[in-house]
Design a protein. Structure first.
Length: 520
């Protein structure tokens, strides 16, 4: 995949991701806003219901205390009144009764109530029965009703006073309700609507801009800003309007508790989308780098295999020349060259096959007790010829007391040779290499340090990946497949050990291998 194509893919995926996140965010805000609106609507409905109940209770109490109808009088279902200015005018109440002591008499009572500066009165007009031939019992009933009406007239002043109190309330607002009752009504109404959290409430006189009653003085600033309010005794004809105001200190927590599942699922979805997007991008980039490294590997492998093949081919051609055969020592020289190149070719193929076996977890390990100091000396001897050919030096520093480990001698030797070979190849001038063996806790450590070109932190994070090769700048003699350090790391881990790297560009690198010490 070309870089331009990769940029387009990443750009489009990023745009789609931002769109999804924006949509989820808008959806969450809509849910929160709808939840707040529903809460506000339910709270205000509850306040209106409480105010209506208080007003009904006041009216019912006033009528039950004032109307003097006796046990023989049963009012019907129709009650109406009409009126004009409460200070001047006429208010008429009409009660229609259908039955008196279960007798069908067609009785009609009209209250004509007038109020004014001098008070008011009630006039009772009773309609007579349409039947003129009444029995003695019916006449007795009519006399009893007339007596009841007389009582009504005598109580007219009391009724006038009650009605005036309802129409023109003179009592203070605090005398018209019981705070405990109001608290109970509010609690019930809120619970009926699913609002089961603590609340503060107050009664406010807006014209005077003062609080008539507050359930909690500390909540007064919040109550003054609250939008949750309703008119208290809204049907009073005159007088100052008072507001019933409520505030919920735990409103936000309550709303979050109601929609936490929605928000959590949305947040989880966003997290999954972002994680999947990031993983996809990383996979694409990783695959692109892997493809590039594999191409480099194929090129290097082709070069590494073609060189010994070409050398062997040339040597075979030379041996077929009769003149070469007659020159003393040339025959043996070309045979030795063929043998060396054949071994080199075999080593390269074996290295690739070993990495394939490691990937399949099909590596055969011959476990035995090994003196790591002896193994270090063997590896140094194998590498010293190449190092000395570049006028370099290599030294062993032995600070160990017990360097016995369990492992495979061949693979451990290859580990050390690979590290020494890298130290030699990645040195610009004559290599200076030191190999230090020492003990630490229950481990034997081998540190191979050079004064070569070193590595950046980014390079260190990739050097143990297959096919990765550290950029060498102006050094062009570094050859290989990029499998050496990957092989080293895998083999060290198979031997239950660890490998670490310390490096700085221009100052060299140090590879430290730690293997479990075997005490016999």
């Amino acid at each position: 995949m070309r870089k331009s194509t990769l940029r387009w893919v990443i750009g489009l995926m990023s745009l789609a991701l931002l769109g999804l996140i924006g949509f989820q965010w808008y959806w969450i805000e809509s849910v929160i806003r709808a939840s707040e609106d529903r809460f506000k609507r339910d709270a205000i409905d509850a306040l209106h219901s409480v105010s209506e109940k208080l007003e009904k209770q006041e009216a019912l109490y006033a009528f039950s205390q004032s109307f003097p109808f006796g046990p023989g009088f049963s009012a019907g279902n129709n009650f109406s009144w009409s009126g004009s200015n409460p200070q001047r005018g006429t208010q008429k109440f009409e009660i229609i009764s259908d039955t008196i002591n279960n007798q069908e008499l067609g009785f009609n009572i009209v209250f004509d109530f007038q109020t004014g500066p001098s008070g008011g009165q009630i006039e009772v007009i009773a309609g007579a029965s349409t039947n003129q031939n009444l029995t003695e019992e019916e006449k007795a009933e009519l006399l009893h009703m007339e007596e009841q009406m007389n009582r009504v007239n005598r109580k007219s002043e009391m009724v006038v006073q009650v009605l005036e109190n309802m129409l023109i309330p003179e009592r203070s607002i605090m005398a018209r309700f019981n705070p405990k009752q109001l608290d109970s009504l509010l609690s019930n109404e809120f619970e009926n609507r699913g609002i089961d959290i603590d609340f503060d409430y107050a009664i406010v006189a807006p014209r005077q801009n003062r609080f008539v009653f507050v359930s909690d003085r500390e909540s007064q600033p919040d109550l003054s800003k609250s939008e949750l309010k309703a008119s208290l005794f809204p049907n009073d004809l005159i007088g100052e309007k008072n507001w019933l105001v409520v505030n919920f200190p735990q409103k936000q927590q309550f709303l979050l508790r109601k929609i936490w599942l929605t928000m959590a699922s949305s947040g989880l979805l966003i997290f999954v989308i972002v994680g999947t997007f990031g993983f996809s991008i990383m996979t694409i980039i990783r695959q692109k780098k892997l493809s590039e490294m594999k191409n480099d590997f194929i090129n290097n492998m082709t070069h590494e295999l073609k060189t010994p093949i070409a050398t062997i081919s040339l040597a075979c051609e030379a041996l077929s020349d009769q003149e070469i055969k007659q020159i003393d020592g040339m025959y043996d020289r070309y045979l030795g060259m063929i043998n060396d190149e054949n071994k080199r070719l075999g080593e390269q193929v074996e290295r690739v096959l070993t990495m394939a076996a490691i990937d399949r977890n099909d590596v055969e390990i011959k476990w035995e007790e090994i003196d790591l100091k002896e193994l270090v000396r063997t590896a140094v001897e194998k590498s010293s010829l190449q190092i000395e050919s570049r006028d370099g030096s290599i030294k062993i520093i032995d600070n160990s007391t017990n360097a016995v480990v369990r492992g495979d001698k061949t693979h451990l030797t290859n580990i050390l040779v690979n590290l020494l070979d890298n130290a030699n190849k990645y040195s610009e001038s004559a290599p200076e290499i030191s190999v230090r063996v020492y003990n630490k806790s229950d481990s034997v450590l081998v540190a191979i340090q050079d004064r070569g070109i070193g590595m950046t932190k980014e390079a260190i994070s990739h050097i143990f990946q297959k096919f990765y090769r550290v950029p060498t700048g102006n050094i062009h003699n570094v050859k290989g497949f990029g499998l050496g350090l990957a092989y080293v790391k895998n083999m060290v881990e198979i031997h239950h050990g660890k490998i670490s790297v310390d490096s700085e560009p221009g100052k060299g690198s140090k590879f430290t291998i730690s293997l479990p010490n075997h005490h016999g």
